[in-house]
Design a protein around this ligand. Structure first.
Ligand code: GTP
Ligand code: MG
Length: 354
């Protein structure tokens, strides 16, 4: 999974990026290419590691991209923002960082601190970029459907779909609302529309507000996170053993890193399954709804090819039983087939034969 930090200038994106990734932002890097890999917090691996203390522990990872902030006030500035779009389109989740913190030394975007307005402006800009893309496609298709080519019928269908998308965007409706058939969804996939990406709103508040509910909610409550980026960066720089006390002082239960990564995971429709053995205990990422066969393929194509059964136990059942042997005795270990839908926290031992 890849997430991109976007938002207006000076909203705290790079500060949050450093807090999450523990990596300084390199001023010599090409804008939009500041990338870091972050481990997905997976406390459930603690138990598995305790059962296999000599095993190597491997968390799933997320790629984070720090995008510079752009003003949308002038056409030239909008053009600069467009240049970052190809790398933003490759992401699975957008994290929109908007400013709610007060600071005399940091000039506020558009001379006002208004996170809701900043978010709305960004969303409108994303919709506008999609609208432009759809408009360009319509123009192209209108020319090509006049020619008697073999693909003409298909192009006519796409043109009709694109016109519906255009109308949806113009009326502030999501592109998805224009889809009327399953193959249309596939037709749209290659465009990587910005408004179709899941988005998490991060409201960068004063440290005194970090434990309070967010000043407003974007979409669903779980997609809105209030945090103080500056404080989070300080926390990230502390030795791990001092972090809990620092967080408790602030009234915050969990570092933003964990909250944010989890929210992105949810928004992207991802879940984790776990594997354990004497050599490795490991968390893997799959889409919610993926089957045991698809999960096997994440580990190795051979395991998918030679798939026999997925020996599966739910994390809570394993924890309650204490160990694998007791879980088996309690009848909690199931033998699942290829089409079993993997659940978050499943511990799976794939039996295969190649
Ligand atoms: N008081 C306060 N200042 C902050 C906070 N977060 C960031 N800042 C300050 O705001 C300024 C901009 O922070 P950055 O993280 O560089 O913001 P950015 O969004 O990456 O900026 P651009 O990349 O230029 O768009 C810096 O001087 C930060 O120290 C915060 O939570 N509180
Ligand atoms: Mg920055």
């Amino acid at each position: 999974m890849k997430i991109a930090f976007v938002g207006p200038p000076q909203s705290g994106k790079s500060t949050l990026f450093r807090a999450i990734t523990g990596q300084p932002v390199d001023p010599h890097q090409t804008p939009g290419e500041q990338l870091a890999v972050v481990k997905v917090p997976e406390p459930r691996l603690d138990l598995l590691h305790a059962m296999h203390p000599t095993a190597k522990r491997t968390e799933a990872t997320v790629d984070c991209l720090d995008v510079p902030g752009f003003s949308h006030a002038t056409a030239a500035q909008q053009a600069e923002f467009r240049k970052t779009l190809p790398s933003i389109r490759q992401c699975d989740v957008l994290v929109a960082v908007v400013r709610a913190f007060n600071s005399a030394s940091v000039p506020a975007y558009r001379n006002r601190v208004d996170p809701r307005a900043d978010l709305d402006e960004l969303l409108a800009e994303l919709a506008f970029c999609d609208l432009e893309q759809v408009g360009n496609r319509i123009e192209k298709l209108e020319k090509s459907v006049k020619k008697p080519t073999q693909t003409r019928e298909q192009e006519k269908r796409e043109l009709e779909l694109m016109k519906r998308c255009y109308e949806a965007l113009e009326n502030d409706r999501p592109i998805a609302s224009a889809i009327q058939a399953e193959d249309e969804r596939r037709m749209l996939m290659g465009f990587a529309f910005l408004t179709q990406l899941p988005l998490i709103a991060v409201i960068n508040v004063d440290d005194t507000q970090a434990a309070a509910p967010p000043p407003f909610t974007y979409d669903a409550a779980r997609n809105t996170i209030a945090l103080c980026a500056e404080t989070e960066e300080q926390i990230a720089q502390l030795p791990p053993e001092d972090r809990a006390a620092f967080l408790a002082d602030l009234g915050v239960t969990e570092p933003a890193r964990d909250r944010l990564v989890r929210a992105c995971y949810n928004a992207a429709g991802l879940i984790s399954f776990l594997t354990m053995g004497d050599k490795d205990v490991r968390a893997w990422t799959v889409r919610r709804g993926d089957t045991a066969l698809e999960a096997a393929g994440k580990i190795h194509t051979d395991i998918a090819r030679g798939f026999i059964r997925a020996e599966t136990v739910a994390y809570d059942d394993l924890e309650a039983a204490g160990d694998m042997k007791a879980a088996k005795a309690a009848g909690k270990v199931r033998l699942e087939g290829k089409s079993y839908v993997v659940q978050d926290g499943d511990i799976i031992n794939f039996r295969f034969n190649v």
